[in-house]
Design a protein around this ligand. Structure first.
Ligand SMILES: C[S@@+](CC[C@H](N)C(=O)[O-])C[C@H]1O[C@@H](n2cnc3c(N)ncnc32)[C@H](O)[C@@H]1O
Length: 290
């Protein structure tokens, strides 16, 4: 793993993580226990074209971002320390926001599958698909699922253009994805989620609290997150309404995080706010075109 020399993460946090917090033996074991080349080749979808916003930017100071074995091996070890007060409590919020008993679940930007596996545990009868743009992250996710004896389908692809059939899911989730994409891509992911959901289906998001991030520049500086300011300036509730979702709600979750939810209404029940928001900001979701 090559870290950028000039990021705040590299200068201040990486040494602390490396010296005191990370179990290097466990990372070495994870790295050595997988035939990365064979596994990534198996999970890799050769038709995927990496967009520049993803392939040409570093995330968390890691050169090459998520398209590296290093990112996949270190992700869980670092993430446990960056979701205060506690990773499990934060992720549980995603589950608590779900109101239905979904039968087909899609977790977009699933990473190493931490939330995906919680979803599978909570809804063991459901078919669960975890989709991510990094085959390396999917390899780590697959390994975790196998170790937990959980059956999840791992799919390599773009969250904003999944290629999956319309109306195929009754729950679409994302956790910690939107602060890592340009705002226009986050909105495109909501349009894609709307397309993928059945009528009455739910979209549920766990991510950084936009209202807090707007006023805490120091937090935005800590980790190298190229799009976090765009994310903080936006409003997931407004984006959900613009994409056509109804019953939209966003609530604070342990101060630093937020949970957002929307449901896909009947075609003739499009939320009034979707009309209003499109009229004011000129956004026309793809699903509403032609
Ligand atoms: C911060 S991680 C979150 C992973 C996981 N959801 C979690 O809660 O730990 C962001 C993930 O989103 C993936 N990602 C970023 N942009 C994506 C896109 N456009 N389509 C699919 N996955 C994407 C990255 O590869 C990475 O695994």
């Amino acid at each position: 793993m090559t870290l950028q020399q000039d990021s705040l993460f590299e200068r201040f946090l990486a040494p602390i993580f490396e010296k005191f917090l990370i179990d290097k033996q466990a990372l070495k074991y994870l790295y050595e226990s997988i035939d990365w080349q064979a596994a990534t080749e198996r999970l890799n979808n050769p038709t995927v074209v990496y967009p520049d916003y993803y392939a040409k930017r570093n995330f968390h100071g890691i050169e090459g971002g998520y398209l590296t074995i290093g990112a996949a091996v270190t992700y869980d070890a670092i993430t446990q320390y960056v979701l205060p007060p506690n990773e499990t409590m934060v992720r549980q919020g995603l589950l608590q926001t779900i109101r239905s008993q979904p039968r087909r679940i899609l977790d977009l930007g699933c990473g190493t599958g931490s939330s995906t596996l919680l979803l599978k545990r909570r809804f063991p009868q459901a078919e669960v698909i975890g989709l991510d743009l990094s085959p390396y992250m999917l390899v780590a996710a697959e390994q975790k699922a196998q170790q937990s004896g959980l059956h999840v389908i791992w799919r390599h692809g773009l969250a904003e253009a999944t290629g999956l059939p319309a109306h195929a899911f009754d729950l679409v989730t994302t956790s910690l994805l939107f602060h890592e994409t340009p705002a226009a891509i986050a909105q495109a992911i909501l349009q894609e989620s709307f397309r993928l959901l059945t009528v009455g289906g739910e979209f549920v998001l766990l991510d950084g609290n936009q209202a807090v991030l707007r006023h805490t520049e120091w937090l935005n500086n800590i980790f190298e997150e190229p799009y976090i300011r765009e994310y903080a300036a936006g409003n997931v509730s407004d984006w959900l309404k613009a994409a056509g979702f109804a019953a939209v709600q966003t609530q604070d979750h342990w101060l630093l995080h937020q949970l957002s939810r929307g449901a896909k209404p009947l075609a003739n029940e499009e939320s009034e706010s979707a009309e209003a928001i499109r009229a004011t900001d000129g956004l026309t979701p793809q699903w509403a075109m032609g």
